[in-house]
Design a protein around this ligand. Sequence first.
Ligand SMILES: *[C@@H]1O[C@H](CO)[C@@H](O)[C@H](O)[C@H]1NC(C)=O
Ligand SMILES: *[C@@H]1O[C@H](CO)[C@@H](O)[C@H](O)[C@H]1NC(C)=O
Ligand SMILES: *[C@@H]1O[C@H](CO)[C@@H](O)[C@H](O)[C@H]1NC(C)=O
Ligand SMILES: *[C@@H]1O[C@H](CO)[C@@H](O)[C@H](O)[C@H]1NC(C)=O
Ligand SMILES: *[C@@H]1O[C@H](CO)[C@@H](O)[C@H](O)[C@H]1NC(C)=O
Ligand SMILES: *[C@@H]1O[C@H](CO)[C@@H](O)[C@H](O)[C@H]1NC(C)=O
Ligand SMILES: *[C@@H]1O[C@H](CO)[C@@H](O)[C@H](O)[C@H]1NC(C)=O
Ligand SMILES: *[C@@H]1O[C@H](CO)[C@@H](O)[C@H](O)[C@H]1NC(C)=O
Ligand SMILES: *[C@@H]1O[C@H](CO)[C@@H](O)[C@H](O)[C@H]1NC(C)=O
Ligand SMILES: *[C@@H]1O[C@H](CO)[C@@H](O)[C@H](O)[C@H]1NC(C)=O
Ligand SMILES: *[C@@H]1O[C@H](CO)[C@@H](O)[C@H](O)[C@H]1NC(C)=O
Length: 863
Amino acid sequence: MEKRLLFAIFHVSFALMLVLVHGQDIPGFISIDCGSLDNYVDEQTGIYYTSDLQYLDVGRGENYSISPQFKTRNLAKQLWNVRSFSRGRKNCYTLRPSQGKNNTYLIRASFMYGNYDANNQFPVFDLYLGGNKWNTVKVKDTDNLITMEIIHVPQSDYIFVCLVNTVSGTPFISTLELRLLNNDSYIVPSGSLELFARLDCGLSPNKLVRYENDVLDRIWMPVNYEEWDVLNTSSAVDPFNVFNPPSLVMSTAVTPQNPDEALLIKWSTDDNSTAEFYITLHLAEIENLQENQTREMNMFVNDRKWYGPFSPEYLRATTLYGTKVDKSFSIRINKTENSPLPPVLNALEIFTVKPMFQPQTDQNDVDAMMNIKSTYELKSKSIYQVERDWQGDPCMPSNYTWDRLNCSFKGFDPPRIISVNLSSSELTGEITPYISNLTMLQILDLSNNNLSGTVPDFLSQMPYLRILNIENNNFSGTLPVGLQAKLNSDSLSLRAGGNLYLCLTNPCKKEDKKKTNNVLIPVVASVCGFLAILLTAGVIFWCLKRRKQDTTASTNVNAESNKKDEQLEPKKQQFSYSEVLTITNNFERIIGKGGFGTVYYGFFDDSQVAVKKLSVSSAQGYKQFHAEAKLLTRVHHRNVTALVGYCDEGPNKGLIYEYMANGDLAWHLSDKNAHPLSWEQRLKIAIDAAQGLEYLHSGCKPPIIHRDVKTTNILLNEKLQAKLSDFGLSRAFPLEGDTHVSTIVVGTPGYLDPEFFTSNWLTEKSDVFSFGVVLLEIITGRPAITKQNGKGHVIEWVKPRLSKGDMTSIVDPRLVDQQDLNKISIWKAVELALACVSPNSAKRPTMTQILIELKECLGMEMA
Ligand SMILES: *[C@@H]1O[C@H](CO)[C@@H](O)[C@H](O)[C@H]1NC(C)=O
Ligand SMILES: *[C@@H]1O[C@H](CO)[C@@H](O)[C@H](O)[C@H]1NC(C)=O
Ligand SMILES: *[C@@H]1O[C@H](CO)[C@@H](O)[C@H](O)[C@H]1NC(C)=O
Ligand SMILES: *[C@@H]1O[C@H](CO)[C@@H](O)[C@H](O)[C@H]1NC(C)=O
Ligand SMILES: *[C@@H]1O[C@H](CO)[C@@H](O)[C@H](O)[C@H]1NC(C)=O
Ligand SMILES: *[C@@H]1O[C@H](CO)[C@@H](O)[C@H](O)[C@H]1NC(C)=O
Ligand SMILES: *[C@@H]1O[C@H](CO)[C@@H](O)[C@H](O)[C@H]1NC(C)=O
Ligand SMILES: *[C@@H]1O[C@H](CO)[C@@H](O)[C@H](O)[C@H]1NC(C)=O
Ligand SMILES: *[C@@H]1O[C@H](CO)[C@@H](O)[C@H](O)[C@H]1NC(C)=O
Ligand SMILES: *[C@@H]1O[C@H](CO)[C@@H](O)[C@H](O)[C@H]1NC(C)=O
Ligand SMILES: *[C@@H]1O[C@H](CO)[C@@H](O)[C@H](O)[C@H]1NC(C)=O
C-alpha cells in the first residue's frame, strides 16, 4: 500500500546546516555506514559512524563504492559506500542496543543505488524487521535516496534488520541507524510506526533539521504553501514534553494568510484502502502576544473535532497525537470565533501503524544459538556460510527458519527451538555447554563431526531431549550416568557408534562397542498408558480453586460456594420429579431449547431458575445428562452457569440451572434485538466467556474442553454478565501426556475445529477455534454461517475485507452509528479472532492469551 501526500514533493539534497565535530559515540545511537571499512565522525552532523563489519557475520555481503559522479559534497559521506548481498536468501544486521528490549527505538535504513555495480539495473527486495516484513525497497532511479524509518519496541534484546532477496535484483544497503527515543512517546499498542512524513512548517526550503539540533536525530523536512505565512522567533522553545520536538523546528510556524481561513493538510492512501495513521501535531506560541491578544484554535481530523479550543503556550511545545483508521485524511486547524489571531502549526509527523504479528524467538534460545554459532564458526566456516542461512532470528519468519533447525510455533508465544541438526558440519572441540540453554530441545544430531572430549552430563539434564545422535566423532570416556538412566527408562533414543574410545556403560566393558554401534531405542509413545489415563480421567476429577492475584469480590463468592458445596451432599441437589413439577408449575412456560431438551421457566427457593427437561428421544442424552450433571456440580465460576440441582427419576431427567434473565448471546446479536449491544458491552461479554473457558481449560484439573462453544451457549444475566452453558458435550481429559481426546461427539457446524475432521481429536484449541467464531459474530453481528446462498462462513466473509483493510465494512453496521469507536480495539479484536480460527491449531493462542488481549481491547475502549 503506497501512501501519497497530496501536497509538496520534497527533493532532498542532503544539504545540512551544521558543521559540528563531535568526539565519540552518542549514547542511544547506533550509526552504521554499510560497506565502509572506516569509522569516522561525520562532518555535517557530528555523528560517529562505524563500519558495518561488527554487525554482520564474517564474510557476509560485498562492499562497494557508488559511481564517482554521485560522490559530491552535497551527498552525505555515509551514502558513498554500500554493502550488497548477492548470496543467501536472507542477510541480516544484528543490532544489540545497550538499553535492551522494551525501549522505544527509531530505526532508519537508507538506500542509495548510485550505480555501485555498474549494471544500471534497479533492484527490488524486501526489508524485514525480525520476523515481520517492514517494507519493500524499490529502487527507481540511480541517484534516488530511499529512506525507511520505523519506530519499534522490540520484545527481545536483539533487533534483526534483514534484507531478503526476492529474485528481482541484489539487495543492498547504504546506512543503518538506530536512535533511542523516550519510552512514553510514539506508543501504539497494536504495532510499530512507519514514518510517512515528518514536517517542519515554515523551515526554509532545501534545509533539513536533524542532529544535533534534534538530539534524537529525527530528520525534519521543510513544508510551506503559497497561502501560508511564516512566523519565526529567535528565542528558544522549551520542548517540555516526551516527544522532545527540537527548539529549531518549533521556532518556525505557519499561519494562513487570510486569518479567517484554516490551515489544511491532506493526504490519502494510493489505492483507496484504509490504513491506520498515527498523527502528531507540535505546537507552540512563538509571537509575544499583548495582553489583549489571544490565539485560540480547534483541530479537526476528517471534519470531526479532534481537539480544542486550544491556545499554545508561549515558547513551550505541546504535542497532540492520536490514531485514526481511514483512507484519506484532512487535518484542518482553524481559529475559534473569539480568537482574533489565526491558527498556527509548528511541525507535524504522520506515521502508518504497522502491525507486528510475528513474535521473536525466545530470547534464551536466540542467545544460545548465537553463542553456539560463534563457538563453532571459529573452527568451521561451513556452518553458517553460503549453503546455510544462519541469519537473523533463528525461527522467524517461519518460512525462513535457520537451516537445520526446527522450531515450535504456538500462537503468540515466542517460537522455541526444538531440533538442531549439525551433522557433517566439520565441528571440532567439545560439545558447547550453550546447547544446554536450548531448554525445549528434543532432537540433537551432532553426528559425523570431529568433536572430542567426554559426553557432557548436561545432556541428561535436558528435559525434552528424546533423540541424540553423536555417531562418528572422537568422543572418549564413559557415557554419563544420567544418560544411561534415560536410556534404561526408554525416554531417550541414542546413537553413539563410531566413537572409538567411548564406553556406553560404567564400568567400561569390551563388548560394549559392538552393542553401541547401532543403539536405537525408540521413544515410547505408550498407547496403553494413554488409554489408562483416559479411563481414570473420568473418575478422578476436580476443579482447582483459582488463586488469582486480583482477588475480586466474585472470587470470594466462588470460594464460599465451594465451601457450601463441601457441606452439602450431592443428595441435597437432587430433586424429585414432583418437586420439578412444582418448580416449573407443570412445565408451564418454555424459555428455550437446548441441545438435548427443552428449557422451562421455574421458581425455587425465592429465586428464578431454568429447568432443562431431557427429551426422552435423545438417544445420547442419557450419557450426556450424567456428564453434565457430574461436571456442573463441580464447576464453580462466575462465568459458568451454576447448576442448582438435578432430577434423575427413571426416564424423568432434568437439570436445574440459575436463571439467566437476558437469554442467549445469539439473540442479542441478531436483528430481532431492537437495542443492539454497544462495543464495550460486546467486549465485556467476550471477556466473560473467555474467562469461563479459561477457567475450564486452566482452572480445572484435569482441564475441561467445552466442545460446543457457540453464541446460543453463552447466556446473559440481568446485568448482561455472560456465562457459558451446556456442558453436555464436555468430557474431562487427561492433564499429563497427550492433551487430546478421541471422541465421536461432534459440536455444531460452523463452530467446529477443521482439524477435527482430519485428526478426530478435540483439544482446548478446538474451543479456541469456536471462541474465535463467536468473537467474529460479536464484531460483525453476522451468524457463523449465513444460510442464504448456501455457503457463507463468517470467517470467509471477514478475511477478504480485512485484507483490503476495509474495517468499516467488517464491523456490525448497528455498532458504527453508535459512537466514535476506538478503531484500534476493534482492529485488535478482529486480529485476535482470526488468530483463534487459524486452521492450524498450533497457531491459535491459548484462552489465557486471548483474555489478556481482550482486556487490552477493553482498556483502550474505556481509556
Ligand atoms: C572492500 O573491502 C576490501 C577489504 O575487505 C578493500 O580492500 C576494498 O578496497 C573495499 N572496496 C571498496 C570499494 O571499498
Ligand atoms: C515494558 O515496558 C512497559 C512500560 O514501559 C511495562 O508496562 C511492561 O511490563 C514492560 N515489559 C517487559 C517485558 O519488561
Ligand atoms: C524504558 O523502559 C525500560 C523497560 O521498562 C526501562 O528499562 C528503561 O529504563 C526505560 N527507559 C527510559 C528512557 O525511560
Ligand atoms: C525571521 O523572518 C524574517 C523575515 O522573513 C527574517 O528576516 C529573519 O531572518 C528570520 N529570523 C529567523 C531567526 O529565522
Ligand atoms: C478511489 O476512489 C475514488 C472515489 O471513490 C475514485 O474516483 C478513484 O478512482 C479511486 N482510486 C483508486 C486508485 O482506486
Ligand atoms: C491592544 O492594546 C494596545 C495597547 O496596549 C492597543 O494599541 C491595541 O490597539 C489593542 N489591540 C486590540 C486588538 O484591542
Ligand atoms: C472550523 O472548521 C470546522 C470544520 O470544517 C467548521 O465546522 C467550523 O465552522 C470552523 N470554524 C470557524 C470559526 O471557522
Ligand atoms: C515467506 O512468507 C511470506 C509471507 O507469507 C511470503 O511473502 C514469502 O514469499 C515467503 N517466502 C518464501 C521463500 O516462501
Ligand atoms: C524438521 O522438520 C522437517 C519436517 O517435519 C523434517 O523433515 C526435518 O528433518 C526436521 N529437521 C530436524 C533438524 O529435525
Ligand atoms: C540430520 O541431517 C542429516 C543430513 O542432512 C540427515 O541424514 C539426518 O537424518 C538428520 N538427522 C535428523 C535427526 O533428522
Ligand atoms: C547458558 O549457558 C551458560 C553456560 O552453560 C550459563 O552460564 C548460562 O547461565 C546459561 N544461560 C541461561 C539463560 O540459562
